[in-house]
Design a protein around this ligand. Structure first.
Ligand code: SF4
Length: 700
């Protein structure tokens, strides 16, 4: 569907940003392209947020990379970049791969992928690592995003699909509990479903240390200390048991392990939970009653609850509560996690995780290895075993046993990784760094080779949105001269590594292979075709055959566990890894702003009012105690480092907590402050709570 020059034509595609994947009609053919929302696409029904409305600005942005870049002095990353041909750049990469693997072994070459890549690219990247590089060193930025909820859902339900129901079910739920989720700012068009429910009498409860835009519209707002959600959820389970609100018939018929989870929640007396969380007992009682007495109720968690060193157990605690109340599998009810990145769902299903093969198969499972190896036409013994998780890979760069030559695609780890300055130092220790991106991101600025890549409206492929709906990203115009799609780049590189025959640069061919590789797996795409996606406005996985209708609603009859029952698991509260003390007396938490997206590589380049100053939000009482006034320049310091923000005084935040957005690098890098302690199961770092102190360093 490439637009021919001068002829304006419309292409139905999707916004390049978040996991709602709003339908967009792009008018292209001769630049600049323009866009408008698709009126009838079922997730956004004509809505777009400011990010979506301005997405076409990225296509012709003057900062766009239009040629590969190499260092003018090879090996010297302080030397200037110079434009290079693709042959020069790919030859340099192939030589660096060969050198690193010859000196240090296959695992000395690593890949760091992204949750914004299409399914085809994520799949090809996992295959490229295992077949072309034969390295175990691959992981991606979704490890910093979704991994705790995904791990918990796999344990409890036997499957990880962020929302096990379509988004329109939100409008049917009579009570919705949102934990650490602020969709009014992060994906505004989704609020139409919440608003529709509210207009029909639904009530919403928000749990967040800040009175966010979402919390401001809720019937009830619980404002806990960051990192205490597990105690809160266990306290609600305790109350559900004490007040005889447990759905005993559901628990007996559809679950296992309730007694152990109930016993683990027994010590969470309401007054103890109030002491841990700061949430009044009366609000705890009201919350559990609202959830238990509603004919339909949902518990939705997001990063605020999940990005902790106890994130998996926290998600499990919310699942335990939902199961005790008999919610999962009931109409317009259940537990779900609200994915963040555009392909946060599909990006974690098809092999760019360190422990995973396509179809959400385990890399250490002999049957999975045999199946995927057969699809790829290799011997299963050639497949590496699982490697380490994202932060562990980054933290060992350039060390004995660590990666020496790294590829980064669709990620800006110098801004987005925890303890970001430490990660920047590790990147500097690499023998070779390649970054593929649209712009010269903070990470690309440190590379030996930068590769310019095609972006959303210039490529074809599929994405899987937060509902598990597989949709098509359709090409509306060709990439600029000099820019290659990542599939093309991987093919050319595979040829140089002697494995070219295993790879295709045609998205449809790659998707058809992905379908075969995923067949019989948890995330089964076997029955999904491009034609069906076009005809049905997306198809929900699992979809094991072309005659299968897809699965918009999971768990209506059984869960995806061997015995068909959901699993309660006993979980106990652990406080955040770093406690506040006299030296660092306030809790720092981080998050997103309206109009900005992730590390800001794209959205910080948008004009007008889209880009505010980076601010630290703090309560007026804390500001007074700290000698800080509105708009003062404030240094926020933790044990990792210091960053600088403008003070934004607001009584919407707890007086013991400060909030900074994570969209900036350089002097205002929020993630440079973050304690990278990992969740033992998901390997999720603790992004959402650490100890900090404040200092006024300048006037407005
Ligand atoms: Fe794009 Fe998400 Fe905004 Fe929709 S809500 S326009 S998908 S950023």
């Amino acid at each position: 569907a490439t637009a021919s020059s001068g002829v304006r034509r419309r292409t139905a595609t999707h916004c390049p940003y978040c996991s709602l994947q709003c339908g967009i009609s792009l008018v292209a053919g001769g630049r600049p392209a323009t866009l408008e929302p698709l009126e009838h696409f079922p997730t956004n029904r004509g809505g777009l947020c400011a990010k979506g409305w301005t997405a076409a600005e990225l296509l012709d942005h003057p900062d766009r990379l239009l040629t590969p870049l190499l260092r003018s002095v090879p090996g010297d990353r302080s030397s200037a970049f110079r434009p290079a041909t693709w042959d020069e750049a790919l030859d340099a990469i192939a030589a660096a791969v060969s050198t690193a693997q010859h000196r240090y072994g296959r695992d000395a070459v690593g890949i760091f992928g992204g949750g914004g890549l299409t399914n085809e690219k994520a799949y090809a990247l996992g295959k490229f690592a295992r077949v072309a590089l034969r390295t175990s060193a691959i992981d991606y930025n979704g490890r910093f995003c979704m991994s705790s909820a995904a791990t918990a859902a796999n344990r409890a339900f036997g499957i990880d699909r962020g929302m096990p129901f379509p988004v329109q079910d939100i409008a049917e739920a009579r009570v919705v509990l949102l934990v650490g989720s602020n969709p009014a700012d992060t994906m505004p068009p989704v609020m139409q479903w919440f608003d529709q429910g509210r207009a029909a009498g639904a009530q919403h409860i928000v749990i967040d240390p800040r009175r966010t835009s979402t919390a401001a519209g809720a019937a009830l707002h619980l404002q806990p200390r960051p990192g205490t959600d597990l105690a809160l959820a266990n306290g609600l389970l305790h109350l559900a048991v004490a007040e005889k609100l447990v759905d005993e018939r559901y628990v007996a018929a559809r679950t296992t392990g309730f007694a152990a989870a109930r016993d683990a929640a027994r010590p969470y007396w309401p007054d103890r939970v109030e002491r841990i969380t700061g949430v009044p007992v009366a609000d705890l009682r009201r919350t559990v009653r609202m959830l238990a007495e509603a004919p339909s109720a949902m518990v939705l968690t997001a990063r605020g609850a999940e990005q902790h060193s106890n994130g998996t157990d926290t998600a499990q605690a919310w699942i335990n509560l939902a199961l005790a109340l008999g919610l999962p599998g009931r109409f317009a009810s259940g537990y779900a996690t609200v994915t963040g990145q555009g392909n946060g769902q599909g990006g974690r299903e098809h092999g760019q995780k360190s422990d995973q093969l396509p179809g959400y198969r385990r890399l250490d499972d002999p049957a999975a290895r045999a199946h995927v190896a057969a699809v790829w036409g290799i011997d299963p013994a050639e497949l590496p075993m699982p490697g380490v998780s994202a932060f562990e890979m980054l933290d060992r760069l350039g060390t004995d046993g660590g990666v020496r030559a790294l590829f980064v695609l669709a990620s800006n780890v110098v801004v987005s990784a925890p303890d970001a300055n430490r990660v920047a130092r590790r990147l500097a220790a690499l023998d070779f760094l390649v970054v593929s991106d649209l712009f010269l991101s903070e990470t690309a600025q440190r590379a030996d080779v930068v590769l310019p890549t095609a972006q959303w409206a210039e490529e074809s492929g599929t994405m899987t949105n937060f509902e598990g709906r597989v949709i098509r990203r359709r090409q509306a115009l060709p990439p600029p001269d000099g820019v290659l799609d990542d599939l093309q780049m991987l093919c050319r590189l595979a040829e140089r590594l002697g494995r070219g025959e295993y790879f295709s640069d045609d998205p449809r061919t790659v998707f058809d292979e992905l379908r075969r590789a995923s067949a019989g797996g948890i995330a089964d795409y076997a029955g999904i075709t491009y034609e069906r996606i076009d005809a049905e406005q997306g198809v929900f996985w699992p979809c094991p055959a072309e005659s299968h209708p897809g699965t918009p609603r999971l768990f209506t009859e059984r869960f995806a566990t061997p015995d068909g029952r959901a699993r309660f698991l006993p979980v106990r509260y652990r406080p955040p890894a770093e406690a506040v003390d006299a030296e660092y007396p306030v809790t720092l938490t981080t998050g997103r702003l309206l109009n900005q997206y992730q590390s800001g590589t794209q959205t910080r380049r948008l004009g007008g009012t889209m880009v505010p100053d980076p601010t630290v939000q703090l309560h007026p009482d804390l500001a007074r105690r700290s000698g800080i006034g509105a708009d003062d320049v404030v240094e926020v310091r933790t044990r990792r480092g210091a960053s600088v923000f403008r003070a934004q005084l607001s009584d919407a935040i707890r007086a013991d907590t400060v909030f900074v957005p994570f969209h900036w690098g350089g002097a205002s890098n929020a993630n440079a402050l973050i304690e990278p302690r990992l969740d033992p199961s998901s390997r999720m770092p603790e992004f959402k709570a650490c100890a900090a102190r404040l200092r006024r360093i300048g006037a407005p």
